[in-house]
Ligand binder design. Structure first.
Ligand code: AKG
Ligand code: FE2
Length: 414
């Protein structure tokens, strides 16, 4: 933070109580008002997609358009498809109670319609815009999935299968089925994609759905018919592509800026917030650092300034663009905030009357029998679980650097 400059009386919030909740609540309020550049999931009919003329090696004819149920059964009977597995911890297992579908790997698929790749690229661009992701998004075919009556996939999140993967695109080929709805959830929100034939009509139009891979999703059981989907990994350059602008941060480390525009007026609000915070930072109960829990979940490999999603990307862009009081611009050494993408593990002991504002970075509360109660992170996902410890540890996620937080008073969201 910039050196304190006492706020004028008119800048003091009416509810100021000079404790740690003021700055944290103010930042949460500002973040809450940001409108993310896209949705966590999007989809609908894909009228622009032609019949790909898809062939499964060893099965003969092109798949029909719509795909007849008998042809799906023939692919399964041929041995070209195997039961689709799912990840359980480090292992990959098959269990029809969790996932009941069949997969054909890309190595056994060919598509002969030369118009397919261009049409798919157009759909991927639309999906990227709908999710609010920077340009240069690519789609890599992962599987052809076949669902029979009763087929389903229980709620799960998708693992990042390749570097730069941030989401999944599902293209549902026209076929006759009922049930088999895809529901995607993020926080309190849910989106359901019914596919082309929710009412057992003979469909001719494929459908699509795209979502961030960390969003939980499920496919409800098919009550009749066969569902055929192409599943693509959505990938983007790890640093956010062309729009990633290198900028030196306050510690002299070069970081790419998040590939997001549209934070607009929020930098003015954040600049005012920075002034207020600076004016009160000498109070012993005012935090000198804030942990902000990201809206999306990120893996250690997948987190970075250029790979933040949705609201996270927007807030990071706004914070980075906020100039220091008296400074001419943000995003670099003149910015109002020191920003770090880190994973912080916090294991708090119950029953000791904890006042998080008094914590030093390496002085966690100590006390009664250990129980993991809170996991918090600043710009990175909580990693809950594991053995309770009495330490608070931070790992810089991007880039690897030592955090200058020793002795900081950190406010941790409840
Ligand atoms: O079948 C679908 O619509 C989704 C499949 C899925 O969730 C996956 O392959 O991970
Ligand atoms: Fe999935």
């Amino acid at each position: 933070m910039a050196p304190p400059s006492p706020p004028s009386p008119s800048e003091q919030p009416a509810t100021m109580n000079q404790d740690q909740s003021f700055v944290a609540e103010r930042l949460a309020t500002i973040a809450g008002k940001l409108t993310p550049p896209g949705r966590f999931a999007a989809g609908g009919p894909a009228a622009g997609l032609p019949n790909p003329l898809l062939r499964v090696a060893g099965v003969g004819d092109y798949l029909g358009w719509p795909v007849p149920g008998a042809q799906v059964e023939a692919v399964i009977a041929s041995g070209a498809a195997t039961r689709a597995p799912y990840g359980l911890g480090e292992a990959t297992v098959t269990d029809a109670a969790v996932r009941d579908s069949w997969r054909v790997p890309p190595s056994r698929l060919t598509w002969d319609n030369p118009a397919w790749d261009g049409a798919l690229a157009g759909l991927v661009a639309d999906a990227a815009i709908a999710l609010g992701v920077a340009p240069h998004v690519g789609a890599v075919l992962h599987n052809l999935l076949l669902y029979r009556p009763g087929g389903h996939f229980a709620a799960h999140t998708d693992t990042e299968k390749v570097a730069g993967m941030f989401g999944t695109l599902v293209v549902t080929m026209p076929s006759v089925y009922a049930g088999g709805a895809l529901t995607v959830r993020h926080g309190e929100e849910a989106e359901t994609f019914e596919g082309p034939a929710a009412r057992l009509e003979v469909p001719t139009t494929p459908h699509w759905a795209a979502y961030y891979a960390d969003c939980e999703h499920e496919v409800t059981p098919l009550t009749a018919g066969h569902r055929v989907v192409l599943v693509y990994n959505l990938v983007r350059p790890p640093t956010g592509g062309d729009s990633a602008v290198a900028a030196a941060d306050n510690e002299g480390v070069t970081l790419p800026s998040p590939p997001v525009r549209g934070h607009g007026g929020s930098t003015a609000v954040l600049a005012r917030f920075a002034r207020e915070w600076a004016g009160y930072v000498d109070f012993p109960t005012t935090p000198t650092a804030l942990l902000y829990l990201l809206d999306h979940k990120y893996t250690a490999d997948g987190v970075g300034w250029g790979s933040l999603k949705g609201k996270d990307a927007l807030l990071a862009a706004a914070l980075r663009a906020t100039p220091a009081p008296g400074g001419s611009g943000g995003g670099g050494s003149g910015g109002a905030f020191h920003l770090h993408l880190v994973t912080v593990h916090v294991h708090q002991q119950l029953g000791v009357g904890v006042d998080p504002a008094k914590w030093g970075y390496e002085s966690p509360p100590r006390g009664a029998a250990g129980k993991t109660r809170a996991c918090a992170s600043r710009w990175a996902p909580p990693r809950c679980g594991g053995a309770p410890t009495e330490s608070v540890a931070g790992t810089a996620a991007s880039p690897a650097t030592t955090l200058p937080l020793q002795g900081a008073r950190i406010w941790i969201p409840p």
